[in-house]
Design a protein around this ligand. Sequence first.
Ligand SMILES: [Zn+2]
Length: 200
Amino acid sequence: MNITCDEPLYPSGATKLDIVLYPDPVLKTKGEEITSFDKELKELSQNMLLTMYHAPGIGLAGPQIGISKRIFVLDVDYDRDCIDEENNHYQLSNVNPLVFINPVLRDLEGETTYQEGCLSIPDIFDDVKRFETLVVDYQDIYGNDQSMSADGLLSICIQHENDHLDGILFIEKLSKLKFEFYRKKMIKEKKRLKRNKEDE
Ligand SMILES: [Zn+2]
């Protein structure tokens, strides 16, 4: 797949990473605090953004690419149009890539419900209750302290991604019955994907 963007795209020259599927233990592991803001971290965030745009998704957290660290990326604003179906060529516009490192959520208020999905739990969507508004304190890729208030889809996405850093998945926020149903479905699906891969 080929992705281009008219605006200077943040992750140009980045590498697409493999997305870890549920149930994988790394998705249930609490991510570690990030302490070095080096070249490697910048590359990681760029690779994560590219992987997210490829998927496509609106958010991606460290554990989802097998890295148990407190980082997530998101973009809830971009458009992705197929400009050449034969060559699998996509064009991005209105990109607004964001990187959150060591995020801490506060001032969580109100209530909202949104049908969520997750790149680590493909083809499963369900309504999740979240806070409506929040403030997130975080560090940018240079290690500078930042703060952002969020509502709407941005707020929902920040809560979903932040949960990943604590090893929490959106299906765990549903009823026990639904959780068990989706969990079993994913185990079956993963086995099927593994068999397909072995047959190749
Ligand atoms: Zn997710």
